[in-house]
Write a protein that binds this ligand. Structure first.
Ligand code: PFF
Length: 468
């Protein structure tokens, strides 16, 4: 750390008390848990397996892996490194690192905060259903092999404005209670407990699913490569998924990076986060599809896979009620780590950029989320007929955030890091100011961030939007 940098930080502490109070994650391991906790979420269980199965199996997984390596991971490195250098929230990081104060790079942070709100709007709703399902599966009310019955149970939940809002608000309240406790005592402590549990539960369900007679059909659905399904839209979906999965393109990782330790090795740690996330996605696919096919169910899309098909699948197996409880419990753990990181983006910004403090910032964020989120929550009931471009608010938020805002945010983040913040700064940040001897890796990353990531993103965005 240069002397000038230190002096600058000291001065900022005097000016802004929120900077003085900035605690960050207590340990390097805690930072890793929280970051994996952000990446691992409903995306692994609700999005990845189905998208892979429906878009060409292994063919889609290959495109997803390339997107993750060439686009998702480099943007994650860029975000964490810039956040850690600036030690500030997502908007402030861009403003601080911008070479000229007249360039509006902070707008990337603003678009990120917008994406965080849109994602939270539908994410808290799906999470609310997951939390509701934990209780419903414990009560045994979901235990039917007839998808008609489980689809009734699902419909009675989502078409009830009262229940939809209630569960969303319960989730928001729970997340607020954790966020208020702070970065280390709240986020770090929670994710450190939940992640190992999640993994154990997932492996138990994997063993159960893979040992069912007829499980191999599910493996074929997930892995059989079908390159004919790889359309431009499917590729944009794979890129969008890579962003959504790694929680990048919108400032979450910038915010978390600002809480990482100075001596953490960013390239190798982010690679481990990515691999852990991929492992959970694969384990989720292996938990779901072998069982779905073993009992002759159709793999459906989106929420109905999670909330209609899966309960019937569990009901078909011996001791299925226990496995069902474990499954929804692990899904709620996954959703929690991801929601905490989404919540933290606006909370860090509000707490640091205004004088309101963390508690008030959390309450303001939760109220705003409840307002925006209610339009997603009511998408299956009161607002079912309110559509824009033929999409309900729920679907619109999902589409606009994953397929547009995240890739566009990622594009500008890589351009900013590679071309404006520049190779020298990247080299310093990623070598921990000369402490790490990782020249080759860093050079490779600089080339990817400067050229490969932006070019690929431009091509994919134009193609996916039907412009090229
Ligand atoms: N990565 C999370 C998932 O796969 O479910 C979703 C997510 C969390 C996206 C946080 C974006 C984000 F900032």
């Amino acid at each position: 750390m240069s002397v000038q940098n230190d002096a600058q930080k000291e001065q900022e502490k005097l000016i802004n008390p929120a900077v003085l109070q900035r605690t960050g994650f207590a340990t390097a391991l805690g930072a890793v848990f929280a970051t994996i906790g952000s990446a691992v979420g409903l995306g692994n269980i609700w999005k990845f397996p189905y998208l892979a199965g429906a878009n060409g199996g292994a063919a889609f997984i290959i495109v997803y892996l390339i997107s993750t390596l060439m686009v998702g991971l480099p943007v994650m490195v860029a975000e964490i490194m810039m956040g850690r250098e600036a030690r500030a929230n997502a908007i402030e990081t861009m403003r601080k690192l911008s070479p000229s104060k007249s360039q509006p790079w902070w707008l990337i942070g603003v678009s990120g905060a917008l994406a965080a709100f849109l994602i939270m709007a539908f994410y808290t709703e799906v999470s609310g259903w997951v939390f509701a399902y934990v209780f419903k599966s414990i009560s045994g009310s979901l235990l039917s092999t007839d998808p008609e019955v489980t689809s009734q149970a699902y419909a009675s939940l989502v078409t009830s404005p009262f229940q939809s809002l209630l569960w969303q608000w319960i989730v928001l309240a729970l997340m607020s209670l954790i966020i208020i406790r702070g970065v280390s005592k709240g986020i770090e402590a929670t994710t450190k407990r939940l992640l190992p549990l999640l993994l154990v539960l997932l492996v138990i369900i994997d063993v159960r699913s893979l040992t069912l007679p007829g499980a191999s059909e599910g493996l074929r659905f997930l892995f059989n490569p079908d390159f004919s399904k790889l359309t431009g839209a499917a590729i944009l979906t794979a890129v969008g998924l890579a962003f959504f999965k790694l929680s990048v393109g919108m400032g979450t990782m910038t915010t978390y990076g600002s809480y990482w330790k100075d001596n953490q090795n960013i390239p190798s740690t982010t690679a481990r986060v990515m691999l852990s996330d991929l492992a959970v996605s694969m384990l989720a696919g292996l938990a779901i599809f072998p069982a779905v096919f073993a009992f002759g169910f159709e793999p459906s899309a989106g929420p109905s896979l999670l909330f209609i098909t899966i309960p019937s699948v569990f009901a078909s197996m011996p001791l299925g009620n226990i496995f069902m409880v474990l499954f929804f419990l692990l899904t709620s753990f996954a959703a929690t780590g991801a929601m905490l990181s989404l919540f933290e983006v606006p909370v860090a910004f509000l707490a640091e950029s205004t004088k309101m403090g963390r508690v008030k910032a959390t309450v303001v964020t939760a109220v705003l989320l409840a307002l925006i989120g209610s339009t997603a929550a009511l998408s299956s009931s009161t607002m079912a007929d309110f559509t824009i471009f033929g999409k309900t608010m729920f679907d619109l938020y999902d589409f606009v955030s994953s397929n547009l805002l995240l890739p566009i945010g990622g594009l500008f983040i890589s351009i900013f890091a590679g071309w404006f913040w520049g190779a020298d700064n990247i080299r310093k940040a990623l070598s921990n100011h000369g402490m790490l001897k990782n020249d080759l890796v860093v050079t490779g990353l600089i080339v990817i961030i400067k050229f490969v990531t932006p070019i690929l993103l431009i091509v994919v965005l134009l193609n996916g939007l039907g412009i090229v």
